[in-house]
Design a protein around this ligand. Structure first.
Ligand code: KG4
Ligand code: ZN
Length: 337
């Protein structure tokens, strides 16, 4: 089990992914089939379409992951699947497949919370991670500051009270007809813009130990700005707009993470989730933490966004601790972390 090879399966949203990871840390294969081309026409993920697409490709993706790892089922120590949060129809495809394979191949099954999986992407970076650490999870559906004291031992310090950070990136991009997902596009445009050109609100929700987030005010301010300009037929500078919006999100994420790191005496700060791929967020976090000798760890961009390697890594630690899921495992749209 120490160097156990785990097959990870991830189908919570619009990516069908399978990966094999050894010992929770070494990626042997990491295969992703994105449905972006299908959903981009609709400006977002269409749940019915997503689950059907997962079903069409999941078996081929798993075969490919084993092929690239040069392994067959008999050489695996277990199977890990993300069971939620996410779109229930999509999750169900991964969960049913993982259960069927584990049953037939007589392998132990690990049920991984998708958000916990995001945190474990950091274990695939080669960094030496020690408990406790602080983790900022910023994805399309979640924004959370988590104090992690051991494997699967987490204290949620703060979360968003309304929209998630990634969701706001996607909604602003959609209002600008920039396609889906919006985060990467805004990231690229921002590099050419002036972040100080428009002063968008930063909701810091005052209070010394308040680590909650709120992004709906910012979203409304940006959407109003866009609509007003359009109504007055004033041309938008997309670069400046993107950079100014992005700066407002990043400012809040950095400030709250910094406050929490100091309050907790964190020695390591980890970033996770799709928005952690953001170049400006990474740069600003480095700027804050490196001089303080607080180690900052983040996965490469392709491991920040949804993938199955992170699920396999988290699953390895579950199985090592004897946490084996039962055959009654079901997809859960919004389980507690
Ligand atoms: O973690 P993830 O792949 O899926 C969820 O679990 O939600 O996160 C997807 C989110 C999307 O909202 C996407 O726009 C955002 O992450 N994202 C980014 C970047 N890359 C992906 N946001 C900002 N900058 C990026 N470079
Ligand atoms: Zn995710």
């Amino acid at each position: 089990m120490m160097k156990g090879k785990i097959l990870g399966i991830e189908t919570s949203c619009d990516d069908t992914a399978a990966a094999v990871v050894a010992g929770g840390k070494t990626i042997l294969s990491n295969v992703i089939s994105s449905q972006v081309d299908i959903h981009t026409r609709f400006g977002g993920v269409v749940p019915e379409v997503a689950s059907r697409s997962h079903l069409e490709v999941i078996n081929a993706i798993i075969d490919e992951a084993l092929l690239r790892a040069e392994l067959d089922f008999s050489q695996l120590s277990g199977i890990a699947v993300s069971y939620g949060p996410g779109l229930v129809g999509s999750l169900l495809v991964g969960v049913s497949t993982a259960k069927a394979l584990a049953f037939v191949r007589r392998l132990p099954l690990a049920a991984v919370n998708h958000l916990e999986g995001h945190i474990y992407a950091n274990f695939l970076t080669g960094a030496t991670i020690g408990f406790p650490f602080l983790c900022l999870v910023v994805s399309g559906g979640h924004t959370m500051l988590i104090w992690v004291t051991g494997h699967s031992q987490m204290e949620i310090l703060g979360r968003t009270r309304d929209d998630a950070a990634g969701e706001v990136f996607d909604k602003v991009a959609r209002a600008l007809n920039l396609g889906y997902p919006g985060g990467p596009v805004i990231d690229r445009l921002s590099a050419k813009g002036n972040p100080a050109s428009i002063n968008f609100p930063r909701a810091l929700l005052k209070g010394e130990e308040n680590y909650d987030f709120s992004f709906s005010g910012l979203k409304t301010a940006v959407l109003n700005y866009i609509h007003e300009r359009k109504a007055q037929q004033i041309e938008l500078n997309l670069f400046d707009l993107a950079a100014s919006f992005q700066a407002a999100v990043v400012d809040v994420l950095v400030q709250k993470t910094y406050m929490a790191a100091l309050a907790k005496g964190a020695r390591q700060v980890l970033l996770a989730g799709g928005v952690a791929a953001n170049a400006e967020l990474r740069r600003r976090m480095r700027e804050v933490f490196v001089p303080k000798a607080i180690e900052l760890i983040y996965p490469p961009p392709e491991l920040c966004t949804d993938n199955a390697a992170m699920i396999a890594s988290a699953g390895y630690y579950h199985l090592r601790a004897g946490k084996i899921a039962g055959w009654d495992l079901n997809a859960a749209p919004s389980p507690e972390l």
